[in-house]
Ligand binder design. Structure first.
Ligand code: 4AZ
Length: 839
């Protein structure tokens, strides 16, 4: 048995295995032979099975080790990836998920003597002072509530002014996690500095302590800045020039040229304390782009601080302009994109001006002298103060101040933006206008105090002064206008705005029609396109040349003809035929039949749905993707709209606007255009909506293939006179009532009548000659919010063309009885429009 077990069931090697039939049966008995054979058979079977199992095990073992290998490699790769990802996150993403927030700031360190070496950032004196200040500022912020976000402070410049001590300009950098809400607002950052000083203020002095540094709390100013500004001005940058004007009056030339490469440079100008800097720009050659690509920005500081922006030049300058700083520093920042750009000019140190005078006005008639804004003809700085005392020879004589393009009106609750005035204790606000005004003081002794009140540089002004008879301000036979001007009595109600504010043309009874041959016909009836006289005298010889004024049509040659509505009426009236040139406008081709009367189903303050192609000049202006205003197409590249649509900071950025052209239903514009620049009228007055007009230049002209759907409206002539044959419509996607919450999707149109200026004034009191009223007495047809900037289009059945008579501007609510809509009177702006679009 043992043998059987030991022999037959031993583990044979693979090669000594024998086939089953090779067993011998001769040396064993039958029984034994039978048992042996069986045992042998069993053993062999077992051994075969074991061998097979062994083979299988071996194979399995091999397979297992391969799997292990794969597993091992996977684990190793996984670990490597995890480590790499962690490293990447630590060094790249984590850093990127923090964003730098940059601030430019300034404060005055008192009780420290300024030494000339401080002007040079590489001097040891500068380095030592800068380190000291840097250390203090860092300590303050490192112990503040935003210490974790604070990175560092870089002292950029040290200067001096007439207040003594050292003026420090610095950059401050914070690192804020991108995903967290930013906790470093401008106010918070300056509050930390201010609060540190505040706690140590004593005896009403403005100087306290920033740790051990004596700092003037009133001088602390911190503004958010751009990272690019920091990298450009940071020390070591090649494009920072520092120039010093030592001697007063000496002109230091400034010339910058940028050929194809593009350029962004800072120029830091300084002069001696007690002087200010006058910069004169002789020429600037840049691409107009609303200061987005090319710009020259002038700061009243040594760092580009928003609150210290003096002036930005966004267009080429051909006539020299000059501007002054409020102290002895100025920073010029040139951003000139690729192309051939240049700047030529100079700066000089100018002594601070004492704006104070006492004058006696002689009794003789006529202008006795002139008062001018400080540093005239330079632009007005944001800070100034003048006092003029004027005395006439007798108590019966008052003082008249005649301004060329400026008007004084009593101050209301809003702050004065273009000059603050106190005249014999009464406060007025000044504003710029395009005409002459006379301010009359009915006293013989007058004290005039003027303070600059705009945030940046403004236009200069001048006024001539004279005395006048208080009991009779105007000469015999003259009429006193609300603008203070005196005009001849016969000019009253003659149809011509001699007073500049129409005060000679309001509340006039309808002039009599002298249709006989003997007496002259009132200008209102002459060649206005309507037959006023049965004999047709008023409409004869209308192409006859006449003297030029706003009421007659002016041909391109410069001569004027009597016909008022000569422009694009289908008949050549001027000798040079210029009245019929440029008339590819105001001729819509509606796709469907136009329904003329208001259908009851759809209404916009009494309007109806327009049809496709009916108002091809109508534009929908979208700000940040939402309908904000309307506009009109006037050329292939220019749109016209209202200034108030763009008057706030963010609204003035052309990149935020899209113009939807050739559109009936919102969202179905035939063409959506980007805006290149927005030109708001320079005299736009946000207090009373005067000069509410703006031009928008498209980035690219709209495709002419869209002509049936997009077409310009005709601009009226300055002499446009509306007659019975005119019909006017206001169009837009604005609200359908004051209470409406949803804007219509289909363009709405409502017919309105243009009111006389007297009726307009009856409703609203003072309205300027640049405004016109239109509506219906019930108020049912009107423009509303969202229609602003859109057209008031008028068409005479004679010419058949549509003219842009008005631009939706303002009004008391929407659709109120006796409160018509107020529109910008486009005819008053033809010169302004042409000067911008054809220059
Ligand atoms: C506006 O807010 C507006 N009813 C426009 C026109 C009118 C009133 C308000 C005239 O844009």
């Amino acid at each position: 048995m043992e043998t059987v077990r030991g022999e037959s069931c031993s583990q044979p090697s693979e090669d000594d295995s024998q086939p089953e039939d090779s067993l011998s049966v001769t040396d064993v008995s039958v029984e034994v032979a039978t048992v042996d054979a069986m045992l042998n058979k069993l053993c062999k079977k077992y051994s075969r099975r074991r061998r097979r199992a062994k083979k299988l095990k071996k194979k399995k073992k091999q397979r297992l080790s391969l799997q292990n290998m794969v597993l091992l490699i996977t684990v190793v790769v996984f670990i490597v990836v995890v480590i790499m990802w962690a490293l990447l996150w630590v060094f790249t993403f984590r850093r990127e998920s923090n964003s730098g927030v940059y601030f430019a700031g300034t404060f005055r360190v008192a009780n420290v003597e300024f030494i000339p070496e401080y002007r040079h950032a590489d001097s040891s004196e500068f380095v030592s002072m800068a380190n000291q200040i840097q250390h203090v500022v860092s300590k303050v912020y490192r112990t503040s509530s935003i210490s974790k976000l604070y990175k560092h402070t870089v002292i950029s410049d040290l200067s001096n002014n007439d207040k003594g001590g050292v003026l420090v300009y610095f950059w401050m950098i914070f690192e804020v996690p991108r995903l967290k809400t930013p906790t470093v607002c401008e106010e918070c950052v300056s509050a930390i500095l201010r609060d540190s000083v505040l706690t140590s203020l004593k005896n009403r002095s403005s100087v306290g302590f920033l740790l051990d540094l004596p700092v003037d709390i009133d001088s602390i100013l911190i503004n958010v800045a751009l990272r690019s500004d920091y990298t450009l001005t940071a020390s070591g940058s090649e494009c920072v020039d520092k120039l010093y004007a030592g001697l007063p009056g000496v002109k230091v030339p400034l010339n910058v040229f940028s050929s194809w490469g593009g350029l962004s440079c800072h120029m830091k100008l300084t002069s001696a304390p007690g002087s200010i800097i006058r910069l004169t720009v002789n020429s600037l050659n840049i691409e107009p782009s609303d200061c987005i690509y090319d710009a020259l920005t002038v700061y009243d500081a040594l760092l580009p601080m928003r609150a210290k922006t003096l002036h930005s030049l966004c267009e080429s300058v051909r006539v020299p302009v000059s501007l002054v700083s409020t102290s002895n520093v100025m920073l010029l920042f040139f951003r000139l994109a690729q192309g051939n750009k240049s700047f030529r000019g100079f700066f000089q140190a100018v002594p601070e001006e004492e704006c104070l005078s006492v004058t006696e006005i002689p009794a003789a008639a006529g202008e006795a002298g002139e008062i001018t804004s400080p540093f005239h003809p330079s632009l007005l700085p944001p800070l100034c103060s003048c006092t003029w005392r004027l005395q006439t020879q007798s108590s019966s004589l008052g003082v008249a101040l005649k301004f060329q393009n400026y008007i004084l009106s009593p101050k209301d609750l809003t702050p004065c933006k273009q000059g603050w005035w106190k005249i014999n204790e009464v406060i007025y606000c000044g504003s710029y206008v395009s005409h002459v005004t006379v301010f009359r003081v009915l006293e013989s002794s007058v004290e005039v105090v003027f303070r600059c009140s705009s945030r940046s540089a403004e236009q200069p002004f001048s006024a001539t002064y004279s005395s006048f008879n208080i009991s009779q301000p105007c000469p015999e036979g003259h009429f006193l206008c609300s603008t203070g001007l005196c005009v001849k009595k016969e000019r009253r109600c003659d149809g011509i705005d001699d007073c500049q504010d129409e005060s000679d043309e309001v509340f006039c009874s309808k002039p009599v029609k002298n249709c006989g041959d003997s007496s002259p016909l009132h200008p209102l009836y002459v060649c206005n396109g309507e037959k006023d006289c049965p004999n047709g005298r008023d409409e004869s010889n209308c192409t006859q040349e006449t003297w030029c004024s706003g009421i007659w049509y002016q041909c391109s040659s410069g001569s004027c003809i009597l016909k008022k509505n000569a422009k694009c009426d289908g008949e050549p009236d001027c000798l040079d035929r210029s009245d019929e040139s440029d008339c590819d406008c105001g001729h819509p081709m509606p796709i469907k039949r136009v329904i003329d009367t208001a259908a009851p189903q759809e209404r916009v303050v009494g309007g109806v749905n327009a049809v496709e192609g009916e108002w091809p000049w109508q534009v929908s202006l979208h700000f940040s993707g939402h309908l904000y205003c309307g506009a009109s197409v006037i050329t292939s590249e220019w749109l016209i709209s209202a200034a108030h649509c763009f008057s706030k900071d963010r609204l003035s950025d052309p990149r935020q606007w899209m113009a939807h052209l050739g559109m009936l239903t919102q969202g179905s514009a035939k063409h959506v255009a980007e805006i290149r620049r927005i030109m708001v009228h320079e005299y736009y007055n946000a207090r009373n909506f005067d000069y509410d007009i703006a031009l928008l230049q498209l980035r690219k002209p709209w495709p002419s293939s869209l002509a049936p759907f997009i077409q310009p409206v005709c601009l009226p002539a300055t002499s446009q006179t509306l007659t019975e044959s005119h019909r006017c419509w206001v169009t837009g996607w604005g609200y359908r009532s004051e209470q409406d919450k949803v804007l219509p999707t289909v363009l709405q149109k409502a017919e309105v009548s243009v009111l006389s200026q007297s009726e307009c004034k009856r409703a609203y009191g003072p309205v300027s000659p640049r405004m016109l009223c239109a509506g219906v007495s019930s108020g049912e047809q009107d423009a509303c919010r969202g229609d602003s900037g859109g057209p008031l289009s008028c068409r005479s059945s004679e010419s058949g063309r549509w003219f842009l008579t008005g631009i939706v501007s303002w009004g008391s609510g929407c659709g109120r009885p006796n409160f018509p809509g107020v529109y910008t009177r486009v005819a008053k702006f033809i010169g302004w429009i042409n000067s911008h679009i054809y220059n």
